[in-house]
Design a protein around this ligand. Structure first.
Ligand SMILES: C[S@@+](CC[C@H](N)C(=O)[O-])C[C@H]1O[C@@H](n2cnc3c(N)ncnc32)[C@H](O)[C@@H]1O
Length: 546
């Protein structure tokens, strides 16, 4: 049966619906789920004492189901003669009202209803993001606004394509209405035949806008079952909705093994909209094995390691773990508490189960893997802003087996550690032991090779000819100052100049990484290349640059 339109444009043509319902007969065709799947949200916003207009009822069971649970004051309208006749025949005996009517020209007096309920009709009318269709939609909105009382609600079940969301967020606040977007998870459950994309219930509440007052800007969302929260702008609402849609879209593409090679997804904290987890879906091969699916939680602070931080590393991790699909989870948020592994498991279970290969049931036990004894701990020591590189943090990361490191991380790229120093415990009499950057240790492997190179030119025993004067060493890039400190501390014959372009970095090195200057160690705020040119111009000679 040719039931779906050849082009989406046909959805907003009366003739399409006449043919659709004539071919379909009386068998209900539901858009976005039936009342039992939607009632978790609908019951909050549609009251049994409401006088309800069901806009574009089609042959859905929604009106009858709601009637049966006590919504007795209801008129259902549709543009299709065929469907209205069918619905009248089916339900007139029960006392329900079905009327043929065009939503663009409602034949009701002003302020007749307290609720207008629309399931799929706006989506069907607003098929194309063009001027003509947008004007049609505005006519429909005006009519809905006219027949609603102040305080009444336009409750619209929609998939919220971008242009539809934008129109709702633009038009209703401009008229002084409040807009709340609720996700309806019950309608999405694919296992019970729901649709694989997020279904939203948009509730637009009519307020009277006084002439000359600015548009209302009360925009709220509840997308993960949380309490409705207010967002500052239409753009923020759009972002929250879009990221949910993208997640669902990706998840839908992941139903077969082999389809999700190192795909990246983010999960946000619903209260703050900040990224709380980053998930990488890694598929090993297209074959199905008995070990189908596992989750690997990367302890905090270890997400930058090759094995967890790079696609090749994660592939190796998946090979080692031996599962067809491995979801590698990073815990990147600086200002969130994650609790222990059990808490993270409980928090993540529902979301990660949506990423399981399609053949797995949703009640299957999925192993959560990790490495080391715990989830690591990140302690924020300082947060600041550099005029050159933006926001940064200094944090102490407590790794396994009692090892702790201090890191400088620019938040514009949290996957790169700008500087790292091992921490040592220092006791001062009468004071609690404190953690300090250990100047005797080089955290970065490449710094060890650089320091070895310096040894060759500064140490008489290692150098081909004894150096007469102190060997001058130029270090470009200070970071936490670990390399400069080490050279200064270990090579007494070295005189070290260190250049960094960012004055904030010099402050951080001094305040947080134990960097101090003296007559053999000097920090300069300058462009490294220019500093070298200036040295050359002044005839200054360096034995080594690092
Ligand atoms: C996507 S279907 C949704 C049907 C039903 N609400 C459901 O959930 O199954 C859209 C419905 O809107 C009706 N419709 C389209 N344009 C309309 C208009 N201008 N006035 C009234 N109904 C309209 C169509 O006939 C169709 O029944």
């Amino acid at each position: 049966m040719d039931l779906l339109p050849k082009s989406a444009q046909e959805f907003n043509e009366k003739q399409y619906w006449e043919t659709f319902f004539a071919k379909r007969g009386t068998e209900a065709f539901e858009w976005y789920g039936e009342y039992p799947q939607l009632c978790e949200v609908l019951n909050k916003y549609v009251r049994t004492k409401d006088h309800i207009l069901v806009a574009g009822c089609g042959n859905s069971t929604l009106s009858a189901d709601m009637w049966n649970v006590g919504y007795k004051s209801m008129v259902s309208v549709d543009i299709s003669d065929v469907v209205v006749r069918q619905m009248q025949q089916k339900h007139a005996a029960a006392g329900m009202t079905f009327t043929k009517m065009d939503l663009m020209k409602l034949e009701f007096p002003d302020k007749e209803f307290t609720c207008v309920l629309d399931k799929g009709t706006l989506d069907a009318v607003y098929t194309h993001d063009d001027q003509e269709t947008a004007e049609k939609v505005e006519t429909m909105f005006k009519e809905i606004g006219r027949v609603l009382r102040v305080g009444g609600r336009y409750v619209c079940v929609s998939l919220l394509q971008g242009h539809i969301l934008d129109k709702l967020l633009q038009w209703f606040p401009q008229q002084g209405w409040m807009v709340r977007i609720c996700r309806c998870k019950g309608a999405e459950n694919t296992d019970s035949g729901g649709i694989p994309f997020p279904v939203f219930v948009v509730v637009c509440t009519k307020f009277e806008l006084k002439p000359g007052s600015p548009p209302m800007n009360v925009l709220e969302v509840t997308l993960q079952g949380e309490k409705p929260r207010r967002l500052p702008s239409a753009a923020a609402v759009r972002q929250a909705v879009t990221s949910l849609q993208q997640f669902a879209f990706t998840r839908h593409g992941l139903t077969s093994p082999g389809s999700g090679e190192d795909l990246r997804l983010e999960l946000c904290d619903p209260d703050t909209d900040r990224t709380r987890f980053v998930l990488f879906v890694v598929d090993r091969w297209r074959k199905k094995t008995k070990k189908a699916f596992a989750i690997f939680i990367v302890p905090q602070g270890r997400e930058t390691e090759w094995l967890f931080g790079s696609p090749a590393g994660r592939r190796q991790l998946a090979e080692t773990a031996g599962h067809d699909r491995l979801v590698v989870v990073h815990l990147p948020a600086r200002d969130h508490q994650y609790g222990d592994l059990e808490q993270v498991k409980a928090e993540l279970s529902e979301s990660v189960m949506q990423l399981r290969p399609g053949h797995l049931r949703d009640d299957v036990q999925v192993p959560f893997l990790t490495c080391g004894g715990d989830l690591g701990r990140r302690e924020l020591r300082h947060r600041g802003t550099s005029a050159l590189s933006g926001q940064y943090v200094v944090e102490d990361v407590h790794l396994e087996e009692g090892e702790s490191v201090r890191r400088l991380v620019f938040l514009a790229n949290v996957n790169v550690i700008q500087s790292e120093a091992r921490l040592k415990r220092v006791s001062v009499k009468g004071q609690p032991a404190a953690l300090e950057a250990d100047g005797d240790h080089l955290s970065c492997c490449h710094h060890r090779y650089m320091a070895a190179g310096v040894a060759l030119v500064t140490e008489p025993s290692a150098a081909p000819a004894p150096a007469a004067a102190p060997a001058r060493v130029l270090v470009i890039g200070l970071g936490g100052g670990g390399l400069s400190r080490f050279i200064h501390g270990k090579f007494p014959k070295a005189s070290v100049d260190v250049v960094d372009i960012d004055p904030e970095v010099v402050t951080v090195a001094k305040d947080w990484f134990g960097f101090t200057e003296d007559d053999r160690l000097r920090a300069h705020v300058a462009d490294g290349l220019q500093f070298i040119r200036d040295c050359k111009a002044k005839g200054e000679r360096m034995e080594t640059w690092t």
